[in-house]
Design a protein around this ligand. Structure first.
Ligand code: HEM
Length: 231
């Protein structure tokens, strides 16, 4: 349990670094590259701790739940490799000694992949949500929520998700995914907290989508099984 919590803290740190990497214009290039490189360092430990997944990835492709979660995790793996590769190529500080040729297109692809990683990593968190809540609840000795608590927490999650949808527009995520250049820069002096809150809300939104999709897929599985169990 202690090891699991330690791993969870490392994972939360990785998400924090991922968010911080989006504040490129606030921290500047050198800090951005160091933050990003540290996040990749934490990702290596995440992969070592979860190495069993690689042994199981080829199995269970007939189960809708498993197809859903494995597809998301494989996409995340692919995007992370892409983000790392483009990072090394365009680096002006940490990997500058490699003297690789950075082009405008690679820099654009780097930013595109970064936003895809934000969305897919959030889906990935949503896949583990039930387990994370169970372990955190046990560690903090929180008793299973009453009906009112559950309804209140779900209501709060819905409000955050609505803010997340609004944030997708405010942060021009659609334009960024279409690699369209925007000349709107975030005013970090005036609204640094709002920047963090909006990115966090997008993470919550995507995590909820993955969490509830998994629940729906479980219902589908139960529905298919029920005729046999009532026989
Ligand atoms: C957590 C991982 C990372 C994320 C999410 C990320 C995200 C981004 C984003 C969104 C931009 C565009 C910034 C803007 O124009 O507003 C950017 C630019 C940049 N990133 Fe990263 N990055 C990551 C890691 C790295 C690493 C590890 C390096 C190099 C070691 C790096 C090097 C750069 C450089 C040089 C630019 C400027 C590109 C330009 O001149 O247009 N990034 N990054």
């Amino acid at each position: 349990m202690k090891l699991f919590l330690f791993r969870l803290i490392l994972d939360m740190l990785a998400i924090g670094l991922l968010l911080a990497a989006f504040a490129y214009n606030w921290f500047g290039n050198a800090a951005h590259e160091i933050i990003g490189t540290l996040m990749f360092g934490l990702l290596i430990s995440h992969n070592v701790f979860n190495r069993r997944w690689y042994g199981m990835v080829a199995k269970g492709w007939r189960e809708p739940r498993s197809v859903f979660s494995k597809t998301i995790t494989l996409c995340l793996l692919l995007m992370m490799v892409g983000l790392l590769a483009t990072s090394v190529i365009i680096s002006q500080t940490v990997f500058d000694f490699l003297s690789l040729r950075s082009t405008f297109t690679v820099r654009q692809i780097h930013a595109l992949i970064a936003y895809l990683v934000l969305l897919i990593a959030a889906l990935h968190v949503g896949l583990q949500w039930s387990m994370i809540m169970r372990v955190v609840g046990q560690a903090l000795h929180v008793k299973t929520g009453t009906r009112i608590q559950t309804v209140a927490l779900r209501g709060l999650a819905c409000l955050i998700a609505v803010y997340g949808v609004h944030s997708l527009f405010v942060l021009d995520i659609g334009l960024k995914l279409r690699m369209e250049t925007t000349f709107r820069f975030w005013d970090f002096e005036a609204a640094a907290i709002e920047f963090i809150l909006r990115h966090t809300a997008i993470i919550v939104l995507c995590a909820m989508i993955a969490h509830y999709s998994l629940k729906l897929l479980s219902l589908h599985k139960r529905d298919r099984r029920s005729p046999r169990t009532t026989e």
